[in-house]
Design a protein around this ligand. Structure first.
Ligand code: CAA
Length: 393
């Protein structure tokens, strides 16, 4: 029985900063951003957005789709919420989400963490669960806000977004294979201690570890599966910035003595980079936004095509896995809604970006009401006595 992704949708916030605006104000050459790291814009969260509101906004398209097709959303009996922008050390962000989506009480909810990788653990754990209970569906969430120190090299690689996926038996989008390649090693390339709101990163080292991880995960995959590099039509990589995927793809291709020219190699990943170039890094969600980007921005029928995925989480865990697009997958896409959301984003000037960056949720236990900034259906209205308050608009 095939198991995989039945539906997928993504959300990003309604503000963005053009990296040319950032370069003009921090003394960098804009080409370093647009060419060197391959990014044009980054999404910026308003004060009333967090990983819960972004996840709820991403999920709503899936819940509405189920209802429109006469399917019962209560078939979702598990929510696996992957994030490295956790809002609480104890309560899972997914419990707030479960409430906002009005799902039934017979639903287990848990949060997963391992840097940008944990959504992949969530997805693969979900397939294992569905294989045991084929009538049940799992909602997998990846939701993050990438935040670095101002004026640091990482600043241009910020961004935010969330992906929601339904994992089911007989999926209508992508069937996932059980064979995967895994590589874990204890390194300090990127991390965020509990007392910090911004990540610490050894930037150039992190790109080296990423490349080492892709090669090692692929080598393990070769032991687990009979598939070769030539069996793949497209690739989706973790996307801290789009140039990283280009480097990783060339690295993997070179290690496999491939026979493709540079243009053909580029065509295997170019559509997956389009959304990332304008939303920025979204940690756990980044590779899956890349998948949505590939599907939304490829007009050819991809049914039967095989995608290779490389998921990387600093620290580090890397996993290579694979899936095949199902006939008629186009019926499950949300291309128009994604485009409308991206087109409606408001460009920020540098002063507004600085102001929004400076906002932090108050920690004094008082009653605080947040200005409405998001256009999303769900918002964080404030915090009262250390309790986050959410609202459906
Ligand atoms: N025109 C064109 N290209 C230019 C240029 C110009 N004027 N100026 C510089 N460049 C090129 C450089 O040659 C370089 O290209 P190569 O990598 O091909 O050599 C590229 O632009 C970047 O320049 P630098 O290496 O000088 O940039 P930097 O050191 O200031 O910052 C970075 C780059 C280290 C990636 C930094 O953005 C960073 O620390 N980012 C956060 C960490 C990160 O994303 N790591 C990725 C792997 S870890 C991971 O994937 C997990 C995660 O999500 C964080």
């Amino acid at each position: 029985m095939p198991v995989g992704i039945d539906d997928i949708s993504f959300y990003t916030t309604n503000f963005s900063l053009d990296l040319q605006e950032l370069a003009a104000n921090n003394g960098s050459d804009a080409a370093k951003y647009t060419v060197g790291i391959g990014q044009e814009r980054m999404s910026v969260p308003g004060a009333d957005e967090d990983v819960v509101t972004m996840a709820a906004n991403a999920s709503m398209a899936l819940i509405d789709g189920m209802s429109a097709r006469g399917e019962d959303p209560q078939a979702i009996t598990t929510i696996l919420f992957a994030t490295e922008t956790g809002i609480d050390q104890s309560k899972a962000a997914g419990v707030y989400l479960h409430s906002l989506l009005k799902l039934g009480p017979r639903c287990r909810v848990v949060e997963l963490k391992q840097a940008c990788y944990s959504a992949t653990a969530a997805l693969l754990l979900a397939t294992a669960w569905v294989a045991r209970k084929p009538k049940e569906k799992v909602l997998v969430i990846a939701s993050d806000i990438a935040r670095y120190e101002r004026q640091s090299p990482g600043e241009a690689t910020q961004g935010c977004g969330a992906v929601a996926m339904i994992v089911s038996a007989n999926p209508r989008l992508i069937e996932l294979d059980p064979e995967t390649g895994i590589h874990t090693e204890d390194v300090m390339d990127f991390w965020r201690p509990n007392y910090r709101s911004t990540a610490l990163v050894d930037g150039k080292y992190s790109t080296k570890v990423y490349l080492r991880s892709v090669r090692a995960a692929w080598q393990d995959f070769q032991h687990q599966s009979d598939l070769t590099f030539g069996d793949f039509d497209y690739f989706c990589y973790h996307l801290p910035f789009s140039r990283m995927a280009q480097k990783a793809h060339n690295h993997l291709a070179n290690g496999n003595a491939h026979k493709l020219n540079a243009k053909a190699l580029d065509q295997q990943i170019s559509a997956s980079l389009m959304y990332n170039r304008i939303t920025g890094n979204s940690y756990t969600a980044a590779m899956y936004i890349g998948l949505v980007s590939l599907l939304d921005n490829t007009s050819a029928d991809l049914a039967g095509k095989r995608i290779g995925f490389f998921s990387y989480g600093s620290g580090s865990v890397g996993e290579f896995f694979t899936g095949t697009l199902v006939k008629g997958y186009q019926n499950m896409l949300h291309q128009q809604a994604h485009q409308t959301m991206l087109d409606a984003r408001q460009p920020l000037n540098y002063a507004d970006y600085q102001k929004m960056y400076a906002f932090e949720v108050p920690t004094d236990g008082g009653d605080h009401v947040f200005e409405q900034q998001t256009n999303g259906k769900f918002r964080l209205t404030g915090i009262s006595q250390h309790k986050r308050l959410y609202q459906v608009r």
